[in-house]
Write a protein that binds this ligand. Structure first.
Ligand SMILES: *[C@@H]1O[C@H](CO)[C@@H](O)[C@H](O)[C@H]1NC(C)=O
Ligand SMILES: *[C@@H]1O[C@H](CO)[C@@H](O)[C@H](O)[C@H]1NC(C)=O
Ligand SMILES: *[C@@H]1O[C@H](CO)[C@@H](O)[C@H](O)[C@H]1NC(C)=O
Ligand SMILES: *[C@@H]1O[C@H](CO)[C@@H](O)[C@H](O)[C@H]1NC(C)=O
Ligand SMILES: *[C@@H]1O[C@H](CO)[C@@H](O)[C@H](O)[C@H]1NC(C)=O
Ligand SMILES: *[C@@H]1O[C@H](CO)[C@@H](O)[C@H](O)[C@H]1NC(C)=O
Ligand SMILES: *[C@@H]1O[C@H](CO)[C@@H](O)[C@H](O)[C@H]1NC(C)=O
Ligand SMILES: *[C@@H]1O[C@H](CO)[C@@H](O)[C@H](O)[C@H]1NC(C)=O
Ligand SMILES: *[C@@H]1O[C@H](CO)[C@@H](O)[C@H](O)[C@H]1NC(C)=O
Ligand SMILES: *[C@@H]1O[C@H](CO)[C@@H](O)[C@H](O)[C@H]1NC(C)=O
Ligand SMILES: *[C@@H]1O[C@H](CO)[C@@H](O)[C@H](O)[C@H]1NC(C)=O
Ligand SMILES: *[C@@H]1O[C@H](CO)[C@@H](O)[C@H](O)[C@H]1NC(C)=O
Length: 668
């Protein structure tokens, strides 16, 4: 109880900061920053303190008709690298007449999607990718899927899934079989000291919030930069709770917790000193970074800077994509979503109302309609810790609940909050009630899309000087949208779902939501030359659970004649060579307990070494359907799924092996 109060209260303070800073008119950029004439980006140096340079001569912003030339080039080289692994894999699959000649003029485009779900998702996905990795001992034997990761073109993640992708990037695509044992992932550490032993589910948190004192103690403290008074202040806030525990125990917990926030505060205030607004995400991202990133490497590695690591430079890494949502756009029933993506080259959105991307290297540049206002460009904003935090504002639901609770409380509570904001050295709120953005915390300032776009829908993004990002899982907890862009030309999505629907296991709710969003809106299916985003029909959660589709891998979209609601539009294009495209087949793989109860709470932020090993081991079985033991055709059928779209569009016969196994694995 006590721990949770601490967490919630402290997090709340930070969140209030972002809500408030959003209303600051203009933060002046610091003129004394180093200004150079450098036109190269930081890709040569991994560690980039933010600073300004003369802007490059090429445009910083483009419309999102297609993938960037850089991505196109990367993917081409990636597929060249992948080809030999694909051939190895299919030699092992041994599917009828599918031999290496089949891949003469074609390499399949495989995408892996990792869902949100905090460390449960991180560890499950780690186990799945370990099983798919040819470097894992034993993974390339008959019946195994090692080499699938090396055959993969793209990977995308939300929240916990995005942490894994960022961690793999930062560790230069080190093998998971090593990372999991050599201390790279410090899940047992007390890095998140501010939130120790937190192992609650959402219901608990709601119950807990109900238990909070209705009246926080009022304290008057002079704001100060000194750490001692910062700690004293925090202590005094919780004096009431302290009575419940013995003093010694309390003191050591306090010291840990306070130190945690203090360290974070120091790190983040560097960003602030440079004239940037900060939000909870800056803090949260740093905390995640301590756990999943190398402690030896540069702590402030940027996502654009990671392009110079050898795994990326040599096109070994599946092209990584991190999803987030923007709160600038209101959710509506017409299927408007708010999905934004980070990739190593760009940040932006495919959503029709914006459909634009900016160079990731220059995020943080003050722009109007795509042009720098001053001729100067900011670099170093895209720190991987920041992006990790952005995709996973984990406490969003708890916090919005808490916010509502607080908004009803007394004036003196606000006064306390203001004081805390000052302690953190941030501006205080004038009126919390007036904030439209109370539930937001990741803040990109200045908004790179300011003044861009000309549709009514884009105006909420266009008009704002700040861009508010929230957990990518809010709209789509499994990344599908990046791979339903025709320009990415993906053949198959292998989707690992570690969502929490019932008892921290998935029940098909999330993939079903995505499907109905696509089908309810004209923007998402093929109705003109531009929009290609059809999604197969997905059964209701009831049907899902009844057929145990949440306990085993299942394919969606095999039979294009029946799996798609807008079949006509989808197939119309499949015969024309210039339009040779069908939406990707979906291989849906839910988290389920094979060797351990893998339904760990989303809010469990600390795992013992042995718990971590057990979760990863279970993930291995999730990816391999219990080491191929439940259905011996599983691993071959993954092969069939990979080449299905090539068979569809080239009009070739489906091999007998595939026709048989599709009966077991295709839902529609
Ligand atoms: C600008 O940055 C310099 C060096 O980091 C600092 O000394 C100065 O106070 C800053 N100015 C403002 C207005 O923030
Ligand atoms: C500015 O340049 C000086 C000299 O090159 C360097 O010592 C300093 O660290 C730089 N500051 C920033 C913020 O990059
Ligand atoms: C930048 O370029 C301008 C002219 O192009 C030159 O006058 C100036 O000295 C350069 N500054 C630096 C820091 O190199
Ligand atoms: C653990 O293994 C990874 C991948 O090989 C490597 O990058 C990392 O430096 C290793 N860490 C330690 C602490 O040995
Ligand atoms: C975490 O696990 C590692 C490896 O087993 C161990 O060396 C370390 O002491 C553990 N840390 C904590 C805080 O338990
Ligand atoms: C914190 O320190 C800075 C400079 O060290 C000072 O300008 C500022 O007023 C201090 N803030 C508070 C709240 O005391
Ligand atoms: C916020 O609104 C609620 C009711 O809508 C009101 O009771 C409360 O006093 C308001 N708080 C402030 C700080 O205005
Ligand atoms: C955006 O700004 C334009 C022009 O200032 C205004 O007409 C429009 O109503 C604004 N839209 C929103 C959503 O605020
Ligand atoms: C599936 O999960 C959702 C979200 O938690 C829940 O509302 C629904 O009742 C569940 N349905 C079934 C059949 O388990
Ligand atoms: C895990 O599932 C079991 C039932 O299968 C349930 O009793 C338990 O509460 C679940 N754990 C979490 C953290 O949801
Ligand atoms: C595409 O091919 C299918 C069967 O191969 C055929 O029924 C359909 O008419 C063709 N569509 C077009 C637009 O040619
Ligand atoms: C599958 O194989 C892995 C690696 O050998 C093992 O750790 C795991 O327990 C096996 N899973 C099952 C369900 O037998």
């Amino acid at each position: 109880m006590y721990f949770n109060s601490l967490l919630i209260f402290a997090s709340f303070c930070l969140r209030a900061i972002s809500a408030c800073t959003g209303f600051q008119p203009e933060a002046k950029l610091n003129k004394s920053w180093n200004v150079t004439n450098e036109t190269q980006t930081t890709s040569s140096s991994l560690s980039a303190l933010r600073y300004q340079i003369k802007c490059p001569s090429y445009p910083l912003l483009r419309s999102g008709d297609q993938i960037s030339p850089e991505e196109k080039a990367y993917v081409m080289r990636r597929k060249q690298e992948a080809k030999k692994h694909v051939i190895d894999l299919f030699t092992r699959f041994n599917i009828d007449e599918i031999n290496s000649n089949f891949f003469d003029g074609y390499t399949p485009s495989i995408a892996i999607s990792l869902s949100g779900g905090s460390f449960r998702s991180f560890l499950t996905a780690a186990g799945v990718l370990e099983a798919f990795d040819s470097r894992t001992p034993g993974a390339t034997e008959y019946g195994c899927l090692g080499g699938l990761l090396q055959s993969t073109t793209y990977m995308a993640g939300v929240s916990g899934g995005s942490w894994l992708i960022l961690s793999l990037m930062q560790y230069d695509f080190g093998p998971i079989s090593e990372l999991k044992v050599n201390g790279s992932w410090k899940l047992n550490s007390s890095s998140l000291r501010g939130i120790p032993e937190l192992n609650i589910n959402f219901k608990d948190s709601q119950r807990l919030l109900g238990d909070l004192p209705t009246d926080f103690p009022t304290v008057t403290v002079k704001t100060s930069n000194s750490s001692s008074s910062f700690m004293a202040y925090f202590k005094s806030l919780f004096r009431l709770n302290q009575l419940k525990k013995s003093n010694n125990e309390m003191d050591s917990i306090w010291n840990e917790a306070l130190q945690f926030y203090e360290t974070l505060h120091e790190e983040v205030s560097q960003r602030k000193q440079h004239g940037y607004k900060t939000s909870l995400t800056d803090y949260w991202g740093k905390a995640i970074g301590d756990i999943i990133f190398s402690s030896n490497g540069p702590h402030d590695m940027t996502m654009s800077g990671a392009r110079s690591l050898s795994s990326f430079a040599n096109h070994m890494l599946p092209f990584p994509i991190i999803l987030t949502n923007s709160k600038n756009v209101y959710k509506s029933n017409e299927g408007h979503r708010r999905i934004f993506e980070f990739n190593p080259y760009e940040f932006g959105s495919w959503e029709q109302y914006l459909n634009a991307f900016v160079k990731l290297d220059y995020l943080g540049t003050k722009m109007l309609n795509g042009k720098s206002l001053t001729g100067l460009c900011t670099i170093g904003y895209d720190e991987m810790t920041f992006i990790a935090g952005t995709s996973s504002s984990l406490f969003n639901s708890i916090l919005s609940h808490f916010w509502k609770y607080m908004a009803r409380s007394k004036k003196q509570t606000y006064d306390s909050l203001k004081t805390i904001l000052n302690v953190f050295g941030l501006t205080s709120c004038e009126d919390i009630n007036a904030s439209r953005y109370v539930a937001d915390y990741a803040l990109i300032y200045p908004n790179p899309f300011h003044g861009y776009g000309d549709t009514p829908l884009s105006s909420t993004v266009r008009n704002s000087t700040d861009l508010y990002l929230v957990d990518g899982g809010e709209d789509e907890n499994i990344p599908f949208q990046p791979f339903h862009q025709k320009t990415r030309d993906v053949d198959v999505i292998i989707a690992i779902d570690s969502s929490s629907d019932v008892d921290s296991f998935p029940n098909g709710t999330n993939i079903g939501l995505t499907s109905s969003q696509y089908q309810n809106s004209k923007s998402f299916f093929v109705y003109d030359q531009k929009r290609y985003a059809v999604f197969p029909n997905i059964p209701s959660p009831e049907t899902f659970v009844e057929n145990k589709l949440n306990k085993r891998p299942v394919f969606f979209g095999c039979h294009i004649q029946s799996a798609y609601r807008y079949l006509g539009e989808a197939s119309k294009y499949s015969n024309k060579t210039s339009e040779r495209w069908l939406p990707p087949l979906i291989v849906y793989i839910p988290n389920t307990g094979y060797t351990t109860n893998s339904n760990k709470s989303t809010f469990k932020l600390s795992y013992e070494q042995s718990e971590m090993a057990m979760m990863i081991e279970n993930g291995y079985s999730v990816g391999t359907y219990g080491n191929n033991s439940y259905d011996h055709s599983y691993f071959q059928c993954i092969g069939c799924a990979i080449i299905k779209r090539e068979l569809d569009t080239s009009g070739r016969d489906i091999p007998e092996t595939c026709r048989k196994c599709f009966k077991n694995f295709c839902y529609n």
